[in-house]
Design a protein around this ligand. Sequence first.
Ligand SMILES: Nc1ncnc2c1ncn2[C@@H]1O[C@H](COP(=O)(O)OP(=O)(O)OP(=O)(O)O)[C@@H](O)[C@H]1O
Length: 719
Amino acid sequence: MAAGRHSRYRDHEFRDRDADVKPSGRKDYYRDRLRDGGLDKDRDHPYRDLRDKIGVAQRNLKSREVINDSYRPPLSSNFSGGSKSSQKINHLSGKDVDRETGELSSGSGSDDIEAPISKIRENEINIHENGNSSMDSRKRKFSPIIWDRNDGKRLTVANSSSKSSKIENHTLPPPPPRPLGFIPQHCIDSVRPSGSHASPSDADISVDSPPALLASNNQEAKSLDDFEDEPAPAWSISISRWADGNSAVNDGDESLNTVVVPKMKKSTPLSSGSSGQHLHMKVDSPEPGEVIISENSRVDFSKSYSREDEYDDIDAELYRNNHLNIDGVESSTSDQLSDTNSEEEDGRSKTPEPAQPPKRSINMLQGCRSVDEFEKLNKIDEGTYGVVYRAKDKKTGEIVALKKVKMAKEKEGFPLTSLREINILLSFHHPSIVDVKEVVVGNSVDKIFMVMEYMEHDLKALMETMKQPFSQSEVKCLMLQLFSGVKYLHDNWVLHRDLKTSNILLNNRGELKICDFGLSRQYGSPLKPYTPLVVTLWYRAPELLLGAKEYSTAIDMWSLGCIMAELLSKDPLFCGKSERDQLDKMFRTLGTPTESIWPGFAKLPGVKVNFVKQPYNKLREKFPPTSFIGGPTLSEAGFDLLNRLLTYNPDKRITAESALNHPWFQEVPLPKSKEFMPTFPAQHAQDRRQRRIMKSPDPLAEQRKELQQGDLGLSTLFG
Ligand SMILES: Nc1ncnc2c1ncn2[C@@H]1O[C@H](COP(=O)(O)OP(=O)(O)OP(=O)(O)O)[C@@H](O)[C@H]1O
């Protein structure tokens, strides 16, 4: 039956697989609605091992595997989800049991547990199993060793499976070693002291200009880069902190945290003999002890190594400035930052240098192809961190998305946000996370592009073209994929921190993928203060809006609640114009929180502001069980899930794992199979952003504005 329906579907419904022909998506969409709850047991595995096609990425992937194998401790099987012991633990603990501290899971949520919902997922919905069989071997290639950052000792993993039906497991395991990104193994080998098992986070990279790059750049020099639609910044080394090239990078602290860009002018071809051209940067997501925020939120690696541990990153820097402002320190941010810098410089000159870990060098760009190997088709969008193009791989004809790392005003190094995004996306493999195939370079190393699988839509732009919102079964299909992707992120100690409908991509095979990891970061235990200025305003959790100093995976779950509501109604749930307005709108709908429903609420920095006092949760009015006026409706179970996502107390907010097992997904209408999701005309030729009607204030734009104003965004809430 299902197979028959499947093939009929294929006969009738054109899927825009090559992304170049426009199907009559609207017609398909409404016809598909009739198939709500239709199940398909005869599905293929859409997960395509794209990296196998891409030589560079494949090599790098292999490198990461080898790297991590070399770090793998005897405990590793406990993390794999495949060992008997871990199965036993999971069976004993049951599906509601909190995830074990430090457990690494493939993200399916059903690795080891036989539960009705996992059967549905495996046999009917076909969302997770696509990743499962392959995911076991393709999950993030991190070593499961947990490192204590302070002393570098290996930590054991507690089998604490405390049961709690009310408090959701947002407790944090210690972080894993940092991903090594696209670092070739031989480079690691060459710099790792023999027998050393130092945490990868200590590693440092030095980048030589790759032969492939050098060759291709000769060709590139002939013509202007196709993808240059903005004047490329002349990345003048002379104005860089690291202008001194080799001397700078070999100098004390700076050698550990420096990005040095080759001495190269825009159209100067690299010569194959340019062995002196190095790009030095930290291997990992540059978090601990290395970042000073500059005007453009870029990495200033040169100053950072000796920073205090608790203020060790761009987030912490922002947080510290917030904190100082809260305490009433009167100084403009720029003053503050320059003061901080000079203090550190002073400190460095007075205090004896601590022993530095051994320097590690790596050839980061080795093997990168040239962007000339792609034909630009059109610009898709221009965001805060980059311009995204639709392009065609000239060799394979494959349509891809190219995200160009924005460095327009970049004077001082590679943007932190992009570094994190590249690192995370290259090390993550999950059906619900956008796949970055490789990194390619333009005619100079200041033009770096991420090559991603092309997705026809983002949910924001898509919903703006839809006359009706998604049906409940479609929303279920989308939310299951979303929860699955977010569970994978959280299981791997990453907070996305910018989940919103424009960062959720959908292709015409019904596959949803999370993109834009520019604000994401690894988190660890104990929590450190991070900036509350993350997450686009409309999707920002109340604890962030109220200035909580520590936050966790629950912030992403709040965003998912806003997204679920938006998918059901087609309109953003809370469209605040400012932080205060956002809270106001939230409280008017969900009720003003109290200390009894959210212990600790009264102590949050923002609570002193007088907000509307509204004692009732009126969310049900927006999503009633039935509607005679055609508004969005939601069953009891659906409303329960939405309420659990939009729970004020972050400790009680539902986790991605629990959400995947929520009864809403088991009741009719059942989640629609991806195969039966509607298709929509791909509007390739249009810049999605220009089409957007409603935009939420962007967190990075906010941060910049507030940095310029020197009040770091607290003026609205903190006086
Ligand atoms: N792989 C992809 N395929 C198709 N479109 C994509 C892809 N990746 C991103 N896009 C489009 O480009 C837009 C911007 O991408 P992205 O969010 O990664 O950039 P950004 O500069 O970080 O944006 P923002 O300012 O919203 O944070 C997305 O909203 C989406 O419409």
